[in-house]
Design a protein around this ligand. Structure first.
Ligand code: HAM
Length: 378
């Protein structure tokens, strides 16, 4: 839930909005400077290094689901406590790794039924690219810079790219007309960015090239992307991510490339609501129905075996009458009702009923698992 504040200062960046304005940091009773997690990547890498996770394989794939805390002005889609689900792919610098993470992101939203999610892709190149871009920003904004006090000037000079995150209209005005960061990419970064686009196209992933995506955290290198949804309004980012090839070394580990993303769960839920997508609408595999208390006992044994075999099954805990049990099966959107009547139990059979069609067959109990497996994929 919390980490040493220094972890975020070093990774997100001293002049990032996350650190300067949003981080909940304080001193504990031992006078340690700690912070509630404002994001999940630096903590994941801290854990990766602390527990030597990289020693197990060339590539390490991690996932997390974590609360995050940011002191922001709360509004729809922007909260002081929210939740992120994220993945980090550590140990490969190949564009295949970037493609895998972006494909995963797209699949994640497809599975949720968020059909209007759009990937906006950019490359911010290497450290030198960003240094050149920083100089161009300062030159472009020289007029604005001259009017700033010493503090403002020092901040801008230290990390000019963070000026691009500002919502200050004067800064926005001064930035207008600035050449995009992509015009500062060197040949190697350009080639890898093109390769990534080829891989995504080949995978059928649609994306929009957007040179305005530079991300608000300092650790990114090369690939950056956001997934946006028009259903979100002002807070349009469903998720964000990219490559961060320098972070692990900056946090004291061996130089190790990595790429990842994190999705805001509350924002995904807002879009699901807007599109009328119901969560968990897929239902269960089977609902077991028992005719009397004897068959209920038997049914519980079968339910245990089916669950152990990996099926999602349920039954009526209150042993109500068959009509009510069948109603409950409908309500849980079960694909099949497995009915254990008097005669069936005595003869070692089950009445196997497809709820969508009403079609019912008699199945020997010994064939129940194979029949269920077969019928579920039909
Ligand atoms: P981020 O873009 O700062 O990236 O956050 C990712 C997502 O978290 C956002 O797109 C948004 O959906 C959600 N989010 C952030 N702040 C809030 C908030 N105050 N209220 C609601 N939702 C919010 C990161 O945090 C990086 N760690 C992502 C990453 C992983 N990069 C590489 N690996």
């Amino acid at each position: 839930m919390f980490e040493d504040a220094e972890l975020f200062i070093r990774s997100s960046g001293e002049s990032s909005e996350v650190v300067t304005k949003q981080m909940y940091d304080f001193r504990d009773k031992g006078d340690r400077h700690i912070a509630l997690k404002p994001e999940g990547t630096a903590p994941a890498i801290r854990a990766y290094l602390e527990h030597s996770l990289g020693q197990q394989a060339q590539v390490t794939r991690l996932w997390y689901f974590t609360p995050i805390f940011r002191f922001e002005r709360p509004q729809k889609g922007r909260y002081r406590q929210s939740h992120q689900a994220g993945i980090e792919l550590i140990g490969s610098s190949h564009p295949n790794a970037d493609a895998e993470v972006i494909e995963f992101t797209v699949d994640f939203y497809r599975t949720l039924g968020l059909t209007d999610a759009q990937v906006r892709l950019n490359s911010i190149g290497r450290t030198e690219t960003r240094a050149r871009f920083g100089e161009a920003i300062l030159a472009h904004m020289a007029g604005w810079l001259a009017d700033q006090d010493e503090d403002g000037k020092a901040r801008a000079l230290k990390n000019p790219m963070r000026l691009l995150d500002s919502k200050d209209p004067k800064i926005q005005e001064a930035i207008a007309g600035l050449a995009p960061i992509t015009s500062f990419l060197d040949d190697e970064s350009k080639a890898r960015f093109e390769k990534l686009q080829e891989l995504l196209t080949e995978a059928g992933v649609e994306f929009i090239l957007d040179p305005a995506i530079v991300r608000g955290l300092d650790y990114y290198t090369e690939t950056v992307y956001e997934v946006q949804s028009p259903s979100l309004g002002a807070q349009s980012a469903l998720s964000g991510g990219g490559r961060y090839d320098n972070l692990i070394a900056e946090l004291g580990g061996p130089a190790t490339p990595a790429v990842g993303f994190a999705a805001g769960l509350e924002r995904a839920l807002i879009v699901m609501d807007a599109l009328g997508v119901q969560a968990g609408a897929s239902g269960i595999d089977a609902f077991l129905v028992g005719a009397n208390s004897e068959s209920q006992l038997h049914l519980r044994k079968i339910a245990r075996a089916l669950r152990a075999a990996g099926f999602s099954v349920s039954f009526d805990l209150d042993e109500r009458d068959v009509k009510r049990q069948l109603k409950a099966a409908d309500r849980m959107a079960a694909r099949f009702a497995l009915i254990f009547g008097h005669e069936e139990v005595a003869s070692g059979h089950v009445a196997f009923k497809q709820l969508s069609s009403g079609e019912q067959i008699d199945v020997p109990e010994a064939h129940l698992i194979s029949t269920l497996r077969k019928r579920l994929v039909e």
